[in-house]
Write a protein that binds this ligand. Structure first.
Ligand SMILES: [Zn+2]
Ligand SMILES: [Zn+2]
Length: 253
């Protein structure tokens, strides 16, 4: 399994020297043999992934906040095989956003598929499963498994770990158990969390907690705050270079 991040920023795209760091959430997951592609969310990071995308890719959406949808119109010519979501009203929501006068043309031309709770969706060499997490308006973590290699990826963006009671954390840990790669919401620095309760995001400390609880093999930060500088996002990535070591002191007070 190969993962290519196209956008790692949360909420709003920002100008940065690294285009992936400044674009909003989108990750491309490909099977080891290259035969199957799954695009996770469609933020502005889609632009960075277009050269790798092939017809037949599946788009899986965690939720419907704009920062995860802004790149959707870029996908119309690419020939998606489908749009997989956990919301039965997905087509209605996207039609509300992508119709005149807000947007001149529909931003999707692929069939919608509804993710069944607890039942993985098969896309070629990969399987996709959804798990609900705490976030305003709802959001799902998404797990991709590749049975042929035993590798797996869990995307847990837009998750507020501090609002999840122990049973919900345990359920998430079961869903993400043993993930080869866990991509986890690191929007806030730990010191910012108390004044942003209910905003729907987590910190790097909580990402480490979640990764340990789920026995994930590695953890990666994403959904950087739009206010985070490039030095801060670089520092954030450095914290996870050795994911099981004790976290270092945050750079921001
Ligand atoms: Zn978001
Ligand atoms: Zn959101």
């Amino acid at each position: 399994m190969k993962t290519t991040p196209g956008g790692l920023r949360g909420s709003f795209p920002v100008p940065t020297t690294d285009p992936v760091s400044g674009a909003t959430i989108s990750l491309l997951v490909e099977s080891a043999d290259g035969s199957s592609q799954i695009l996770l969310d469609a933020g502005t990071g889609v632009l960075n992934l277009l050269p790798r995308l092939r017809p037949g890719a599946l788009l899986a959406l965690t939720h419907f906040h704009l920062d995860h949808l802004l790149g959707l119109p870029l996908l119309v010519p690419s020939g998606l095989s489908g749009i997989l979501t956990a919301r039965p009203d997905a087509a209605t929501i996207l039609s509300r956003i992508y119709s005149p006068p807000v947007w001149p043309v529909p931003a999707f031309n692929a069939p919608f598929a509804l993710a069944a709770p607890g039942k993985p969706h098969v896309h070629g060499a990969l399987t996709v499963a959804f798990h609900p997490v705490a976030h305003p308006d709802g959001c799902h973590a998404i797990r991709i498994d590749e049975p042929a290699t035993g590798e797996s990826l869990v995307l847990a963006t837009d998750i507020e770990w501090s609002l999840m009671p122990p049973a919900a954390r345990a359920a998430f840990a079961g869903f993400a158990h043993g993930a080869t790669d866990l991509w986890f919401d690191c929007h806030f620095f730990p010191s910012e969390l108390p004044s942003h309760r209910g905003w729907g995001h987590s910190s790097w400390e909580e990402a480490v907690d979640a990764a340990r609880l789920a026995s994930a093999k590695s953890v990666h930060p994403l959904h950087y705050s739009p206010r985070a500088t490039e030095a801060e996002t670089g520092d954030l990535r450095a914290r996870f270079a050795a994911p099981t070591r004790p976290p270092v002191t945050p750079s921001r007070p």
